[in-house]
Design a protein around this ligand. Structure first.
Ligand code: FAD
Length: 473
């Protein structure tokens, strides 16, 4: 009997366009598909609660897909180094295959695993399964890393974005004897908080849904992406981020799904967003401490405020600025927040409240279903002004103007703040300016049914600018 290949699924939870799986099929040995919940390593950033919910459902879907083609997914929990080594010895595996990750702890761990397996005379294969191009493949003409978005995007477009995609296999070679392992439930990814149960109302993880979504988006929305993607009350974006985060669909599959469309401005903007995701991975690669340390060194001196009460009000959507509060409640209710509103809420936390971006990043990490080690950290740095190619610090979003511009009739606000549903559009962005008769007619008691603003915009803006001047001197 042939010795098996161990196929280690990580953030590539799909059977199509999966280069590690493809290579395992080419080797022709029986395949042992495994998943390890490696949450014991102190350096490994533990998954947030919302991500765990997604991961559980996604693993369940992958497991069912594997069963349909005669295989199964074996679950393990613990230090990947020891689990893989033990399994490779026990099953007499000839080769071990995986798709690469880019977080510093994972890179370090994978190097150790590779070294140990080679010492055991096993074959090790690793591939790019998550990106269009890996960070070291995209360089300037002079061979330097690119840390500014536009040249980075142009470099990718110049390299070409025409990829060959493989379909899911019809069968997978397997052996009759499976090693002992845990069940998906043993991983205890789902907690009993009622909070996570409601995600089922909004999301269906899995490759099948992801593929349906890109096709529906291509059909219905991509040609109005430029105008609609900034309007949070519309379904103007693809909502593929959690599917991408766990690799249920690859960015190459997305690009190829829309490759037959005319390259108009809408389509090019959408492709650019996929490249923003790549750029975030590029930053994570070149700035491995991106989750804690500002890319711009000036910001090491920045005097942040540590007002826990303001932080709590922000997380609960009780700042008194409707657009900020609607965003934070959308996040809590659905595990996702519209990109424009992510920018507004993040700007409010770091510039109006002067709370450290790391606090906001951690909250998003725990509550976003798409919480991504590259995109979340780099976006928080970008919004707060300390990241590569960041929004200039002095560009401070006025939440009221943002709200008037992107949610003019208050539809989005009313969806997530039903307590404001009777307020006329003129005041929905700034209830504090409504007179007592209007508030009474709208069933609102400011300070009781909806909060007064926790900070005055003009004061906050000047304070933020002063603080910024402080680090420049
Ligand atoms: P679409 O508009 O349909 O875009 C398609 C895909 O492109 C997205 O799924 C995503 O993979 C990628 N993309 C789009 N915009 C960006 C961007 N600005 N940066 C990087 N990739 C992008 N995105 C995450 O995937 N995970 C995060 O943890 C995350 N945290 C964020 C935190 C802040 C403070 C901000 C401002 C943005 C964050 N983003 C994050 C980026 C962006 O908000 C989401 O990717 C987007 O809202 C997802 O919705 P969508 O799939 O409908 O996007």
């Amino acid at each position: 009997m042939k010795n098996p290949s161990i196929l280690w699924f990580r953030v590539d939870l799909r059977l199509s366009d999966n280069p590690a799986l493809q290579k395992a099929l080419e080797l022709g040995n029986p395949i042992l598909p495994i998943y390890i919940l490696d949450d014991e390593d102190a350096e490994n950033r533990k998954l947030g609660d919302a991500s765990k919910w997604w991961l559980h459902s996604s693993l369940n879907k992958l497991s069912l897909e594997l069963e349909k083609i005669g295989s199964k997914l074996l679950f393990f929990r613990g230090k990947a180094e020891s689990i893989i080594e033990k399994l490779a010895i026990e099953t007499k595996a000839e080769s071990i295959l995986w798709n690469r990750r880019y977080e510093p702890w994972a890179v370090k761990r994978d190097k150790i695993i590779k070294k140990n397996l080679l010492q055991l005379s096993k074959q090790v294969f690793s591939f790019n399964g998550s990106l269009l191009y890996e960070p070291w493949e995209v360089k300037s003409k002079t061979g330097n890393p690119l840390k500014v978005f536009t040249p980075y995007k142009n470099a990718i477009l110049n390299k070409g974005i025409d990829f060959k995609i493989t379909n899911s296999p019809k069968t997978i070679p397997f052996q009759n004897k499976w090693p002992s392992c845990l069940t998906l439930d043993d991983l205890k990814l789902i907690n009993n908080k009622p909070w996570s149960k409601k995600f089922y109302e909004f999301w269906e993880p899995g490759t099948e849904t992801a593929l349906k979504k890109i096709n529906a988006f291509k059909e219905d929305s991509i040609n109005s992406y430029n105008s609609d993607r900034n309007i949070p009350s519309l379904s103007g974006t693809s909502k593929l981020s959690p599917h991408l985060r766990f690799g249920e669909i690859s960015p190459k599959q997305i690009i190829m799904a829309i490759s037959d469309l005319e390259e108009n401005d809408d389509v090019m903007t959408y492709k650019a967003e996929i490249i923003w995701r790549e750029f975030s991975h590029n930053l994570l690669w070149y700035y491995p401490e991106i989750d804690t340390k500002p890319i711009k060194n000036d910001f090491l001196k920045f005097k942040w405020n540590n007002d826990e009460n303001n932080f709590k009000l922000w997380t609960e959507g009780k700042t008194g600025y409707p657009i900020v509060d609607a965003g934070m409640r959308e996040l809590w209710l659905t595990g996702w927040m519209h990109n424009r509103v992510r920018m507004i809420t993040a700007s409010f936390l770091t510039k109006h409240l002067l709370l450290p971006w790391q606090m906001g990043e951690k909250w998003f990490w725990d509550t976003l279903l798409d919480a991504d080690p590259a995109s979340n950290t780099s976006s928080w740095q970008w919004v707060s002004g300390c990241g590569a190619d960041a929004a200039p610090y002095f560009r401070i979003f006025n939440p009221t103007i943002q709200s008037q511009k992107f949610d003019p009739d208050g539809k989005y606000i009313k969806r997530f703040l039903p307590e404001l549903k009777n307020l006329p559009p003129k005041f929905i962005h700034e209830p504090w300016n409504a007179d007592s008769a209007i508030l009474k007619n709208s069933d609102i008691k400011l300070g009781e049914t909806y909060p007064m603003p926790i900070i005055d915009h003009k004061f906050a803006r000047e304070r933020a600018l002063d603080s910024y001047a402080g680090i420049k001197n």
